[in-house]
Design a protein around this ligand. Structure first.
Ligand SMILES: Nc1ncnc2c1ncn2[C@@H]1O[C@H](COP(=O)(O)OP(=O)(O)OP(=O)(O)O)[C@@H](O)[C@H]1O
Ligand SMILES: [Mg+2]
Length: 255
């Protein structure tokens, strides 16, 4: 990988008061990679995404986006950075009082000076990409969970982001819709050339989507590699996580 990293985390520490969540995370993400972040509940995966967005500041170390240090950015730089990042939330986070069209149009209306006609064209284009063109004039409450998730995806990419952050994109969905979402993530990264960070618990999805995986455990990245590396890993934590076994190092200390 000779590309300059899009994101780089250097010895990142993060504590909430006494509670140390991350204790030295190092991570580099090259353009167009799809990095899947694994880790048990509470290991700091969502926290990692918030650090990349600059919503949280590291208590030690630094986060860099396109070479700029996120915690040193002024508001204007931070806003410019966030326009290049699409976030897909676990529960879609659509605004219930707005139609699908208006949910998608919102960032374009607030952050760009595009005309209504251009905005409508972009909304339609993104809805088509996720196979939801017919839902344009519906309200979020009229949609199923899987449909909402797809609309959440469409909203995440409405600004043609260079980086897309997905927080458990297929959690709680049926296996078929879950595969549809996996394929969409791959297709989107290829179609718009975006780099992706995907947090997921679903191992089957993880192996399908990832160009690289990283496993968070006890505050750090304890394993990093290709899906093949992970499948063949001798690391007891990785093995236990992949197989979902109850015996192993992961629950020690919790018992
Ligand atoms: N704003 C906050 N204030 C205090 N503690 C927090 C805050 N946000 C997260 N935490 C704590 O940080 C830890 C990591 O949380 P995080 O949400 O990153 O976990 P996660 O790996 O995403 O878990 P899950 O898989 O359950 O979503 C948890 O112990 C959580 O209680
Ligand atoms: Mg989380």
């Amino acid at each position: 990988m000779s590309d300059a990293p899009l994101i780089e985390l250097r010895d990142v520490h993060l504590a909430f008061g006494e509670n140390e969540i991350l204790t030295g995370v190092n991570l580099r993400l090259a353009p167009k990679e799809r990095l899947v972040v694994l880790g048990q509940s509470g290991s700091g995966k969502s926290t990692l995404l918030r650090l990349i967005l600059g919503i949280l500041k590291p208590t030690g170390g630094s986060v860099h986006f396109q070479g700029g240090e996120v915690s040193k950015m002024r508001r204007r730089q931070l806003n410019a950075m966030r326009q290049k990042i699409g976030m897909v939330y676990q529960y879609s986070a659509l605004i219930s009082s707005l139609s699908v069209r208006d949910n998608l149009a919102l960032p374009l209306e607030e952050l760009t000076d595009k005309k209504p006609g251009e905005i409508d064209a972009l909304v339609d284009e993104k809805l088509k990409l996720v196979g939801m063109a017919d839902a344009r004039d519906k309200m979020p409450a009229e949609l199923s969970g899987g449909m909402r998730k797809r609309i959440g995806l469409a909203r995440g990419i409405i600004m043609d982001p260079e980086l897309i952050l997905y927080d458990e994109p297929s959690a709680g969905l049926d296996p078929v819709i879950s595969s549809v979402i996996d394929e969409l993530i791959i297709a989107l990264s290829e179609k718009i050339g975006a780099t992706s960070v995907i947090v997921t618990h679903e191992m089957e999805s993880a192996f399908k989507i990832a160009t690289r995986l990283a496993m968070l455990f006890k505050g750090g990245i304890i394993a990093e590699g290709t899906p093949e590396d992970f499948k063949n890993s001798a690391d007891p934590v990785v093995k236990q996580f992949i197989t979902g076994a109850t015996e192993g190092p992961i629950l020690e200390g919790a018992k």
